[in-house]
Design a protein around this ligand. Structure first.
Ligand code: GLN
Length: 560
């Protein structure tokens, strides 16, 4: 039988609920407990696959092919487990099941109502996820903030679970305490109000996590305890940190895991600890030497703000790999459209140790990516292309090495004469019938590596499994020509039909993957391809210290 911890957020979005939830999981794991975590997204969307990434962030793909929220990725990285689709739900998904069941007469002729039938379905899913993971503790992160209309049914489900078994369910409130610049003082009032809003949903917080720029002091701790109705020692200070991986250590310092065990009446098991984790965090803090990597994409800006959330798993994978080599990752967000407007800007790539082009869709910024790939290929700058980044590398190779000036992907130009990347045959009917939701080639598929490839050496094995999210693929018609011109098909599906990895053996590091390796990188087990990419980037590193990150970006700003 699992115990349940609901994690809810207040005051604003982006307070770090996902990190808090994953960190609580981590410290409970360190007590020898089996932990799983769920994410609830209040949207009507059935999954995250159809949402604009700039609005929603990364679409994280699970082994079993679900298109989920980026927090699922955070859980996988912190808990070092594989999380499946039962651990992700949205309003759309819950309603879909209720309606289907009603159509199948599964409610036995009853009037099917929003309450209790919708919360009942939420509870069923939570319990199912707990059972599948055989979890001692199941964490449930409720998306959105308390007080908004969208997540009220999920809070109702939580309340019902607590009512049914008070010793089994715990509520963690993740709040934010602003320090307005003109006052210079940390303010508790928004949290006080938020706690009352939670009360009006019939829920009393057991633990409050006080996110803020700075640590919480004693007077404010007392005030929060008093007004939120929580013991002082259950108010956890959670100041900003350089790396999210520090958060479990901060929680553990405040003995949060023990408090949770006491409250839920659970015994710690066979003692594990956070020693390896702490070592990794120390390296991330102490590393002096840098590796400078450019991430070339297009989903970066909203209004005046730069957002890199869309590429979260890529960023984390780069960090893991850099720390493995005991260096500090210095990541630069480079919008590819800038290279279309000003090709002379490509020269800036000389100042990078490596370039990554992550996944993407559509035509915006694509020619800039192709120009950047040509540049790094000819200038021998380490390159890692992920999904679209691999497809664009194939287009570039076709145009400039294989003598096919009109080559392109059919995604951008459906009537292209030389469709070196074309739609997968099983995808054609989806597109023709406008079936876009959840229909890409999704999730884990096996791949076999070429014995002489760089990838084979990196993985240290012949057969691998990686996660996918695409509709297009390398057109096999052109394979013989590409191979003749020096492209190595380094990874392929077991039936030899789908090209999964391309490499240029003459280049220090030029690897493109049809899959998304970033989803499987873990802080203590960096992904082999990222690990190798960074190793070569360090080996071939030029004098990047000549120009600081800030002046690099400022110069770029001036040139675009
Ligand atoms: N747009 C490309 C495809 O659908 C690549 C997708 C991706 O990068 N995830 O095949």
């Amino acid at each position: 039988m699992s115990k349940y911890i609901f994690v809810v957020g207040v005051v604003m979005y982006g307070v770090g609920k996902g990190t808090a939830c994953a960190s609580i999981g981590k410290i409970l794991q360190s007590k020898g407990l089996r932990v799983t975590a769920l994410k609830i997204d209040p949207y009507i969307n059935v999954d995250a696959g159809t949402m604009n990434p700039v609005e929603h962030g990364e679409v994280f793909v699970t082994d079993d092919g679900d298109e989920t929220d980026q927090d699922i990725g955070t859980y996988e990285r912190f808990l070092d487990t594989t999380i499946s689709s039962v651990n992700y739900m949205t309003t759309g998904r819950v309603y879909q099941t209720v309606i289907e069941r009603e159509r199948n007469l599964e409610y036995g002729g009853k009037c099917v109502e929003v309450v209790p039938h919708v919360p009942d379905e939420v509870i069923r899913r939570i319990r199912l996820a707990a059972k599948r993971a055989r979890a001692d503790v199941t964490l449930i992160e409720v998306g959105g903030t308390v007080g908004e209309y969208q997540n009220i049914l999920f809070l109702e489900a939580a309340r019902m679970m607590k009512l049914a078994a008070p010793r089994e369910v715990l509520f963690v409130l993740v709040s934010y305490l602003p320090i307005p610049g003109n006052l210079g003082e940390m303010k508790t009032k928004p949290t006080q109000y938020a706690s009352r809003t939670l009360n009006s949903a019939g829920i009393q917080a057991d633990i409050v996590i006080a996110r803020a720029e700075r640590p919480l002091d004693e007077p404010r701790r007392r005030k929060l305890a008093m007004f939120c109705g929580v013991e002082e020692k259950d108010i956890i200070s959670a100041p900003d940190v350089d790396s999210i991986y520090q958060v479990p250590l901060n929680f553990e310092k405040q003995r949060l895991a023990q408090r949770i065990l006491d409250k839920l009446d659970i015994q710690a098991r066979r003692k594990k600890d956070l020693r390896d984790w702490a070592r990794m965090v120390r390296i991330s803090e102490l590393a002096k030497k840098k590796v400078r990597i450019g991430v070339i994409g297009k989903y970066f800006s909203t209004g005046d703000f730069i957002l890199s959330d869309v590429y979260l798993s890529v960023i984390e994978a780069l960090k893991h790999a850099a720390w493995f080599h005991k260096v500090k990752p210095e990541l630069l967000w480079l919008n590819s459209e800038a290279y279309e407007k000003n090709p002379a800007l490509l020269k800036e790539l000389d100042e990078l140790d490596g370039v990554v082009i992550p996944g993407g869709f559509g035509s915006r910024g694509v020619e800039g990516k192709i120009a950047a790939i040509q540049y790094v290929r000819t200038r021998k700058i380490p390159y890692l292309g992920l999904c679209y980044g691999m497809q664009m590398a194939v287009v570039e190779f076709a145009r400039h090495v294989a003598g096919m000036p009109d080559a392109n992907t059919a995604e951008i130009k459906p009537d292209v004469i030389q469709p070196v990347i074309h739609i997968m045959s099983e995808q054609e009917k989806n597109m023709a019938t406008k079936k876009y939701g959840g229909t890409m080639r999704l999730g884990a598929y096996p791949c076999v590596l070429h014995p002489q490839s760089r990838s084979r050496a990196a993985y240290g094995k012949r057969a691998i499994s990686e996660r996918h999210r695409h509709r297009y693929e390398l057109n096999n018609k052109y394979r013989p020509l590409f191979e003749k011109k020096g492209l190595l098909i380094a990874g392929i599906s077991p039936d030899q039909k789908l090209v999964e990895i391309i490499e240029l053996p003459q280049h220090p590091f030029f690897v493109g993957t049809q899959f998304h390796p970033e989803f499987k990188s873990r802080p203590l087990a960096p992904h082999p391809l990222f690990r190798e990419f960074i190793r070569v980037a360090l080996k071939t590193a030029k004098n990047t210290a000549n120009i600081s990150r800030d002046s690099f970006m400022a110069r770029r700003q001036g040139n675009t």
